[in-house]
Design a protein around this ligand. Structure first.
Ligand code: HPA
Length: 238
């Protein structure tokens, strides 16, 4: 069995999947954080691997950039490969005044300018929300690691280069950070009756004109990976 985008066989993918946007980051994570990683997908270069962490099976799969891309990969993981939990791990731009470079943001909910929800024909505005068991385990992990972290609403945008300059409006609503995938992931999880969470590190502050160096991104990336992997450990019996 395979899908148009994934040549894994059923059973090749663990019930919990970590999803970075960049497929080469998936390779890096598999090779540096997992034991015995095996590559199960290379279609379109969207690499996916399964290995173990503390003996627990875990997969790591690139999502690509933007909601259409993560929408495809996460839909297939949930519906074709019996995946239960997807944890997106990515970078984001700070929006809230108290969110700084290298901080960790755990996205409880994801506001969006995307039309992704229109497919569900809801008579109102849907609020894409992460799964409490993943939020709670990630917060505990961030506490244990001693991270500087924030928990709250994030903004999933369809545009990286945006003409409207609307970040100040999202700032007024207490939104913490901007990224481009979480809302679609949360909606796919909800529709499939599965679990999702997005953990982010702040790579830039668009409102303040700041960004991290490559070395800083690597260090905070490692911290985010530890939070994500400890989250996998904490939910193993739930
Ligand atoms: N916009 C959208 N996505 C992002 C950003 C941003 O400024 N920074 C990191 N991911």
């Amino acid at each position: 069995m395979s899908t148009p985008h994934n040549n894994a066989e059923k059973g090749d993918i663990a019930e919990t999947v970590l999803m970075p946007g960049d497929p080469l980051r998936a390779k890096f994570i598999a090779e540096n954080f997992l034991e015995n990683p095996v590559c199960y997908n290379s279609i379109r270069g969207m690499l996916g691997y399964t290995g173990t962490y503390k003996g627990i099976p875990v997969s790591v799969q690139g999502s690509g950039m933007g909601m259409p891309s993560i929408g495809i990969y996460s839909y297939e993981l949930y519906h074709e490969y019996d995946v239960k939990n997807i944890i997106r791990i990515g970078t984001a731009g700070a929006i809230a005044d108290n969110v700084n470079l290298r901080d960790i943001v755990i996205g409880v909910s994801a506001s969006t300018n995307s039309g992704y929800a229109s497919q569900y024909r809801l008579p109102g505005t849907y609020a894409p929300t992460a799964s409490w068991k993943l939020i709670s385990a990630a917060v505990k992990s961030a506490e244990e690691i001693g991270s500087r972290y924030h928990v709250g609403n994030i903004f999933s945008s369809d545009t990286f280069y945006d003409d409207s300059g609307s970040l100040a409006e999202w700032n007024k609503m207490g939104v913490l950070a901007i990224e481009m995938e979480a809302a679609a992931l949360y909606m796919n999880a909800a529709r499939a009756g599965k679990n999702a969470l997005c953990i982010l590190t702040i790579s830039d502050c668009p409102l303040k004109g700041l960004s991290t160096t490559a070395e800083e991104r690597q260090n905070t990336f490692t911290e985010m990976m530890k939070i994500a992997l400890e989250t996998v450990d904490k939910i193993k019996n739930i």
